[in-house]
Design a protein around this ligand. Sequence first.
Ligand SMILES: C[S@@+](CC[C@H](N)C(=O)[O-])C[C@H]1O[C@@H](n2cnc3c(N)ncnc32)[C@H](O)[C@@H]1O
Length: 252
Amino acid sequence: MQATLFEPLTKQTLLNAGLKEGMRCIDIGCGTGSVTRLMANLVGKAGRVVGVDIDKRYLQYCNRKINSRQNIEFVHDDICKSQLDSEERFDIVYSRFMFHHLTDRREAVRSMKRLTKKGGIIMIQDLDHAPGSWLCYPENKAINTLRKVYVALIKKGGGDPLVGRKLYKLLVDDSLNANVDCFSPCILMGQESYSSLGWQLAESIKPHILEQGLQSEQEYYKMYEGLRTLAKDKGSFVTYARLFSALGRNSE
Ligand SMILES: C[S@@+](CC[C@H](N)C(=O)[O-])C[C@H]1O[C@@H](n2cnc3c(N)ncnc32)[C@H](O)[C@@H]1O
């Protein structure tokens, strides 16, 4: 659901960055491959797209989904200790929602730079769950609680819930000619499919919330019921985390 919510923005950001037919692109931390497939459609038959992930189960899933399309390939790699062949360089080296997982982000940027053609683009998109970024009006307690619990879980998993704001500096520090943009989607309650994002997110992380002792069953259900009620409340909206898009051009 998160991938679909951000797809139009991701597509537009890629097109604004100059992605066009015939280009060679690579999607680092491709997960289920939604952006990899989007890029493959945009570059067409004359282009080539590679999806990369550290988790072989995602790669198996991605390979099943593409039915031997010729302009797309999935390969296994840990971008923090990359073994990818840097002889092959790409016009666009892309990554979404991966950087918050990484312990060695600088090495990841170095590897991504090695994979970028001279004049090519590195694009990293990731979220920033700053307090206040999940803005609900009229104010809603359940959403505030969900943000806190979600942020705590990301941290417990070794991730950084505030990585979005740090992406631009990472690129600048690696001597890239960089730029950054920020966007927060506004989700209307009571009328569109994304209004269920809150309670669906809560459901999907429930086992972890309880396992980590972040909430009791009772606290969880109170939050969950609050989110179900909010989803039906026409007149309310929620802004989800801020999406930062950092772009760097490789001049080396
Ligand atoms: C939240 S998913 C994002 C998937 C996809 N990019 C998207 O936007 O829908 C993060 C992905 O990064 C992958 N990942 C995490 N650390 C990685 C690493 N060091 N090297 C390559 N992939 C990694 C995970 O396995 C996971 O598939």
